[in-house]
Write a protein that binds this ligand. Structure first.
Ligand SMILES: Nc1nc2c(ncn2[C@@H]2O[C@H](COP(=O)(O)OP(=O)(O)OP(=O)(O)O)[C@@H](O)[C@H]2O)c(=O)[nH]1
Ligand SMILES: [Mg+2]
Length: 265
């Protein structure tokens, strides 16, 4: 069951953002841009993320936890690897993300995106779409204007028309500030400052808290890889018969059946 949790303050001191999308659409590049790292100099080099990982940073006084996801739909991955990455994502985003960014490139928008969104929704739950902003990368290639034929699709309407156009070759902070404004608008006005959670995120949070308690003065910010790996092992051992089982099995099934259709390269 999905639910939302309230923060006591009107503005979340920390925004947990999960970036999802098809392979090679610009998820990792977007994280670099959000953290103010140098803009893309070589747009032919792909980072080809293989593991789910979180990066922490700060923007305009707001802490950001940016969770990068790999090509979850990559058929080259074994079922075990897929499950591992899904569970790792739950740990990185625990107790739940404030927002998902569905990253896509305007010129690679196809019917595959509908399947990709369906798969991601099966993994993260029904509330996924209500907590998502679509982020178009490669704004530089279309002069920052998303064609209306894309904006008018059922896919974009399914996200209530929430989108932002990004140019990862651009250094100006304006596009980052505008995106954060849209995210804060969704989180604080529409969702009353609450973050998204479900049984999986809750279980990840419980195990994480339990393991952090064993370490003196360790917080999610300072958790070592050793502790995170321990949490991952515990959660993986709980997938049979635990809250994760049904969803993880669903994820594996869909990934196995439809993976090939979601790969763009
Ligand atoms: N021109 C242009 N190229 C971009 C932009 N964003 C990303 N790219 C390029 O798109 C390619 C893929 O970018 P990545 O950030 O690695 O994409 P990803 O979604 O993390 O890819 P995987 O980790 O493999 O799933 C790279 O060659 C980037 O340089 C953009 O805004 N403009
Ligand atoms: Mg990547």
């Amino acid at each position: 069951m999905a639910s939302r949790h309230s923060h006591s303050k009107s503005k979340a001191p920390e925004l947990r953002i999960v970036l999802v999308g098809k392979t090679g659409v610009g998820k990792t590049s977007t994280i670099h841009t959000l953290l103010g790292n140098p803009s893309l100099t070589d747009t032919s080099a792909s980072s080809d993320t293989t593991q789910c990982q979180s990066v922490r940073g700060e923007c305009n006084g707001q802490k950001l936890v940016l969770i990068d996801t790999p090509g979850i739909f990559n058929t080259k991955k074994s079922k075990e690897e897929v499950v591992r990455e899904v569970v790792k994502c739950m740990i990185c985003a625990a107790p739940g993300p404030h927002v998902f960014l569905y990253v896509m490139q305007p010129d690679t928008f196809t019917s595959e995106d509908y399947r990709a969104v369906e798969i991601i929704q099966r993994i993260f739950g029904k509330g996924f779409k209500d907590n998502t902003v679509v982020l178009f990368t490669c704004g530089d290639e279309i002069d920052g204007k998303i064609p209306p034929k894309i904006l008018n699709t059922a896919l974009i309407k399914g996200f209530n028309g929430r989108y932002h156009c990004f140019d990862n070759t651009e250094t100006s902070p304006d596009q980052v500030n505008e995106l954060l404004d849209k995210i804060n608008e969704l989180v604080h006005n529409k969702n009353k400052g609450r973050f998204y959670s479900n049984e999986m995120f809750k279980q990840a949070q419980e195990v994480l808290a339990q393991e952090l308690k064993k370490e003196a003065a360790m917080t999610p910010d300072t958790a070592t890889d050793e502790v995170l790996n321990r949490v991952l092992s515990i959660l993986l051992s709980l997938t049979v018969g635990g809250p994760m089982e049904k969803l993880v099995n669903a994820a594996v099934k869909i990934v196995t059946e439809k993976a090939g259709e979601c790969i763009t390269q």
